[in-house]
Design a protein around this ligand. Structure first.
Ligand code: IMP
Length: 419
């Protein structure tokens, strides 16, 4: 069976913690979408590993780590991660890159910067070239990992750089030199070639053998290009459908689908955020939860947990379980608010739609809960949590329509309740 971990809201929900736990039993861990716009840090035996691309399952001996066909790869970042793993004696012989994965090029990064600079309504992208790389994929001019193997990347770089330079020139920007890019990418291709394989075949062989596969989501549901708060989204499908299109694994193989959320909400970049607290509460949550971006270091916007939005996430992904992080963080407040519905068009209900006009007119309806949970990071059974915390969790479960299966109670990896 194939289990999946997805981001429930706007990313940065602490997926790494759940992934780490589940990856221990996995024979294969796979990334299926996005690129180095994602990021999480893992501490193992006092060593710190920052991952943007490689599935963190690589840290478990014998676990195969796969970058699926849905991923866009910055080769420089990937090589940096591989070198760091090697330097720390992590075995990388089990690492595989899909031959169909797209390669991020210098012109993608430049386009990302320029397009963002031109926009009146900024998206707040991570400027890693993600959007432009996916554009080229769909325009069918993208360079795939297989082009490193065949050597065709050189000719494609020449052709693409020529086309991009016409644009750069039109806008009065500095042009790029194709030969310089080729030289740089020739080196990358030599290093990465041995890892490039048919991952579809590899994954299905694993399925046939009865091996356990874990699909590691990056980004999150509200950042989905189709189902998120467009245009303030990323350029891929970090939702459940992205698992199939980004790996070649059909729906019938998929077992558990976990959505990771926090006991409050946060967002980086622009876009609607109904329960945002642009006040001292938001500032307090940011400080208590250390809500600053891993990839961009930007301070995150913070607010209350939004249950109409959570119900939408449950529905879109068909979640079989919810993982809720930072229960300890929210438990440090005196009073906690939970958005239990939206007031709109003269009524209050749980309707959610990622439609800008709808989200602009709704008013969040809150219920208030007692905070001050006390020290809970040592607790490992749900029933041992204080009554106040259980009340909060029960209400979330009741309205979200999916069971809570993991509860993060502290900053350490082990600070987790498995329900
Ligand atoms: P892009 O993915 O760099 O194009 O950025 C598009 C939007 O998605 C921006 O608002 C980013 O801040 C957001 N985003 C992209 N990746 C992540 C992530 O891993 N966590 C949280 N937000 C992200």
């Amino acid at each position: 069976m194939v289990d999946v971990v997805l981001g429930g809201f706007y990313g940065d929900e602490g997926k790494g913690k759940i992934i780490d736990f589940l990856a221990k039993d996995a024979d294969v861990s796979v990334r299926f979408s996005g690129g180095d716009n994602a990021g999480h840090t893992i501490n193992v035996n006092g060593k710190k590993f920052a991952f943007h691309l490689i599935p963190s399952g690589i840290l478990n001996k014998g676990t195969k780590a796969v970058l699926g066909n849905g991923v866009v790869i910055n080769p420089k970042v990937l090589i940096g991660e591989l070198e760091n793993l090697k330097a720390n004696d992590v075995d990388i012989s089990n690492f595989y890159i899909s031959e169909k994965a797209q390669i991020i090029m210098p012109y993608h990064i430049k386009m990302d910067e320029l397009e963002e600079a031109q926009r009146e309504n900024k998206i707040g992208t991570t400027k890693r070239g993600i959007g432009p790389a996916y554009c080229d994929k769909f325009q069918r001019s993208g360079i795939r990992a297989e082009d490193f193997v065949s050597g065709k990347f050189e000719e494609k770089i020449r052709e693409n750089t020529k086309a991009k330079n016409i644009l750069f020139k039109t806008y009065g920007f500095e042009e790029l030199n194709a030969e310089e890019i080729i030289q740089e990418y020739r080196e990358y291709s030599e290093i990465l070639k041995p890892y490039i394989v048919d991952t579809i075949g590899l994954l299905h062989e694993s399925i046939e053998k009865g091996e356990k596969i874990l699909c590691e989501g990056a980004q999150a549901t509200m950042l989905d290009i189709d189902f998120g708060s467009y245009p303030f989204v990323t350029s891929s499908n970090p939702t459940i459908g992205g698992v199939s299109t980004g790996t070649g694994i059909g729906a019938k193989y998929i077992g558990e689908v976990y959505g990771v959320i926090k006991a409050y909400a946060s967002r980086v970049g622009e876009g609607p955020f109904v329960t945002e607290q642009k006040n001292e509460i938001g500032d307090l949550i940011r400080e208590l939860g250390h809500e600053y971006g891993t990839t961009t270091k930007r301070p995150r916007r913070c607010g209350w947990l939004d249950l109409p939005a959570l119900k939408y996430t449950v529905m879109i992904n068909g979640l079989t379980g919810i993982a809720i992080n930072h229960l300890d963080t929210i438990g440090k407040l005196d009073k906690i608010k939970l958005c239990v519905g939206y007031e709109h068009d003269g009524k209050v209900d749980m309707k959610y739609s990622n439609n800008e006009a709808f989200l602009a007119k709704v008013k969040p309806v809150y219920e208030e809960f007692e905070g001050n949970f006390g020290e809970i990071s040592h607790i490992r059974r749900k029933e041992d949590l204080p009554e106040k915390a259980l009340k909060y969790l029960d209400r979330i479960e009741e309205l979200a329509g999916a069971p809570i299966k993991f509860i993060g109670v502290g900053a350490d990896r082990e600070d987790m309740i498995i329900v």
